[in-house]
Design a protein around this ligand. Structure first.
Ligand code: SAH
Length: 411
């Protein structure tokens, strides 16, 4: 303490503060060695919160499933796996290349009774960053990492002088924690290259980034490989420190807007992923009622979905389909097909199977029906690889809602 204030230039004080915050706010017992990175509680918490949001919004299951994650470079604190295990029934594989970090990480795992759920591995620096041979039980659901930021010692010095990024308080890490070939972008590119081989085996690959320019660089690489299902989140810790996380997936489940585009204007719009939620229409007050919900859901439900369910209470429905069943072209084709099938049936020929594979899924819902001034029809893109299909479906919803309103008002 100095003049009744915590002295942030004193490493021991900063370490103690971090330990205390983890104890008080998260009920964790953590110890960090003097010569290693001391993780600030809030930024680590933010990354775990985002992973929860990402995983929860890209599944049809209820939140709370037993997921398996990988933390690449877990550090002496082993902070992400320990936080993750305390907040969810998850388990983790945690790796590091530094013997001392592994030793301390194991102490922290034991102190927080996580031994059964965290498997720790000392790995080779030139080996794979996603060691799939360590996944012996279940499916790896996500990977996360807070990579070493810098390319070189010179970069650390230059950055401290130029304040290209805020200095990491008094608790700087050891070289192994701070420096990696190609800096953070190089590290994430290695993960990307491995993900391009194992693809859908893992649902989400994610990384935290310290430079805004790295976010752009990583997104460009993702797009260069044709990956359009990605997510960007900005973490703001206090006034000075901003961090970002980027995630990408080869699977077709789409994250909600807050997980996919969780940035507050710091990044250029053109690097953000496609929208996954849309406001379709504000209802006229005379149509903001249960009759509209009934007519509108009946109209949408009449499409040839593989499955469609409408929950009257919640005023929401989920539809899954293998075709663009809402498009005029499909409906025209449907008519021609039915005619052809009818002719075939009369000659005794076998019927064609409709496309049973789900390629698009949407949630359609009516919000705030209690407040008659602000009733909106909204749509959330849940699953699919084709953002043009989502756009065209929202166009169909708008036309349908307008038609239903016109019919109601004409009565
Ligand atoms: N996850 C911790 C530590 C991040 S520092 C936290 O957020 O506080 C980065 C860590 O990555 C260091 O512990 C470093 O030893 C480790 N690391 C560097 N290269 C690695 C590699 N190739 N494989 C696994 N870990 C690595």
């Amino acid at each position: 303490m100095k003049d009744g204030q915590l002295d942030f230039s004193d490493p021991a004080a900063v370490r103690q503060l971090s330990k205390t915050l983890f104890k008080v706010d998260y009920h964790l017992k953590l110890e960090f060695p003097n010569n290693r990175l001391c993780p600030p509680a809030l930024s680590r918490h933010n990354y775990i919160m985002w992973i929860k949001e990402l995983m929860d919004s890209t599944t049809y299951m209820m939140p709370g499933a037993k997921l398996l994650g990988l933390d690449i470079g877990t550090g002496a604190s082993c902070i992400y796996p320990i936080l993750g295990c305390h907040q969810r029934p998850w388990s983790f594989i945690a790796t590091d290349i530094d013997k001392q970090n592994i030793k301390w990480a194991q102490k922290n795992i034991d102190a927080n009774s996580c031994n059964k759920r965290i498997s720790l591995f000392l790995v080779d620096k030139d080996g794979p960053l996603i060691p799939m041979d360590k996944v012996t039980d279940g499916t790896l659901c996500f990977t996360m990492t807070n990579p070493p930021f810098y390319k070189s010692d010179e970069e650390i010095k230059a950055s401290a002088m130029g304040k290209a990024r805020p200095p990491p308080t008094a608790c700087t890490g050891a070289e192994v924690e701070m420096i990696t070939e190609g800096g953070e972008v190089g590290f994430v590119e290695r993960i990307l290259n491995e993900s391009l081989i194992i693809r859908e085996e893992v649902q989400w690959y994610t990384a935290m980034l310290g430079y805004m320019s790295s976010v752009t660089a990583v997104v460009e690489k993702l797009r260069g490989h044709g990956i359009d299902n990605y997510a960007i989140k900005e973490f703001v810790q206090g006034e000075k420190t901003r961090r970002w996380a980027v995630g990408w997936s080869f699977q077709a489940m789409r994250p909600n807007l807050s997980a996919a585009r969780g940035v507050k204007g710091s990044l250029a719009k053109n690097i953000l992923p496609a929208l996954t939620e849309a406001n379709i229409i504000h209802l006229n007050p005379s149509c903001a009622n249960a009759e509209f919900a009934f007519r509108f859901s009946a109209a949408v439900g009449a499409l040839q979905w593989i499955s469609w369910s409408w929950d009257e209470e919640e005023m929401q429905g989920v539809g899954k389909t293998g075709d663009r069943i809402w498009s005029r072209a499909w409906r025209r084709r449907g008519q021609a097909e039915r005619k052809r099938k009818h002719e075939q049936d009369s000659t005794g020929a076998a019927e064609d199977e409709p496309n049973k594979e789900v390629l698009h899924a949407f949630r359609v819902y009516i919000d705030d029906l209690d407040d008659e001034d602000e009733v909106v029809v909204r749509c959330r893109w849940l699953e699919g690889r084709d953002c043009v299909a989502f756009e065209s479906f929202t166009g169909y919803l708008k036309a349908t809602a307008e038609r239903v309103q016109a019919e109601m008002e004409a009565k």
